[in-house]
Design a protein around this ligand. Structure first.
Ligand code: PMP
Length: 300
């Protein structure tokens, strides 16, 4: 089944969406991207886009940072996305990649005096970390100190360095620290620990991306399990002594962490709270929990 892209204001086959070699954002990483999941519900023969509005609100605020003014409102971006996913017709989990970028065929490091555009495409994509439990290593790469809190493509260079270092050291994922040595996040995920029966996660001031899955997990833990989340700075040592740990992200969903820096967490199996949250989350994102249907946009 062919994938489609929304490119230069038109829906076209993905294979035909091509960018010129002089396009500004390729050279300097000046673009904001998003990742949005469409989750297949096989009983209902339906794909639900999860919290699509929140993804485009985050894209729009990133665009303000990079001085990209898009000719679309958040509602229009949501509509474009529904139409794009519908056009592809997939009957499986999909991933939407929107990008707002400096589109001029021009060189020169700057944000100003450049044209801008928006593209999006859809691909079928299963779990990002394709193991039931991840083994993580603390990275020698730290989150940059003054980076704006936005999904800026150029900033992902550091994350890629961290990820490859981790994989080459025999881990599945990296955990990056803040410039002053506190726990920050994975290369494409936020991180949660279970300490004394509560969830603990780095706070907004710990150089994290404010994840939409992170927010979802905080709300589900409170509403469904009565578990509070504490947002605070986390010492590296707490990673080794936590009862449970998991990563959250649109691509990674909730991925349990079994081991950090070759130290097993708990008994090295999926923790009790992590397992419960995974189950609740997977029902919610597939539109199977009526309480959270506001977060789910049907495509078909
Ligand atoms: N941190 C980073 C660095 C990420 O790339 C992502 C994925 N977007 C996240 C956290 C998780 O964010 P979200 O739950 O909104 O996907």
């Amino acid at each position: 089944m062919p994938s489609y892209a929304f490119f230069q204001k038109k829906f076209i086959p993905l294979s035909e969406a091509k960018i010129g070699v002089m396009t500004h954002f390729i050279h300097y990483g000046i673009a904001i991207f998003e990742g949005i999941r469409g989750n297949w519900n096989s009983k209902q023969k339906q794909i639900y886009l999860f919290r699509v509005k929140e993804h485009y609100e985050r894209l729009q605020s990133g665009c303000r940072v990079l001085r990209i003014s898009l000719p679309y409102t958040v509602d229009e971006l949501c509509q474009i996305t529904v139409e794009l996913v519908r056009k592809c017709g997939f009957q499986e989990d999909v991933y939407v990649r929107p990008v707002a970028y400096k589109s001029s065929q021009a060189l020169g490091v700057r944000l100003h005096d450049l044209e801008e555009d928006f593209l999006a495409f859809v691909i079928p994509w299963g779990p990002y970390l394709d193991m039931d439990k991840a083994r993580c290593g603390v990275s020698s790469w730290r989150r940059p100190k003054e980076a704006p809190q936005a999904k800026i493509t150029g900033l992902y260079c550091i994350n890629a360095l961290a990820k490859t270092e981790a994989v080459e050291n025999g881990f599945d994922e990296a955990i990056m620290l803040t410039p002053d040595g506190y726990v920050s996040e994975g290369s494409g995920e936020n991180i949660f620990l279970v300490i004394n029966g509560k969830l603990v996660t780095p706070a907004s001031y710990n150089n994290i991306l404010m994840g939409i899955t992170r927010d979802t997990v905080i709300k589900l833990a409170k509403n469904e399990l009565g578990i509070e989340t504490i947002e605070r700075s986390i010492d590296r040592g707490e990673l080794y002594t936590a009862k449970e740990c998991f990563l959250t992200g649109t691509a990674a969903n909730i991925t349990p962490v079994a081991e950090i820096d070759r130290r097993k967490l708990g008994n090295g199996e999926i923790g009790e709270i992590t397992g419960k949250l995974q189950k609740i989350y997977s029902e919610v994102i597939r539109g199977n929990n009526p309480k959270y249907l506001d977060w789910c946009t049907p495509v078909y």
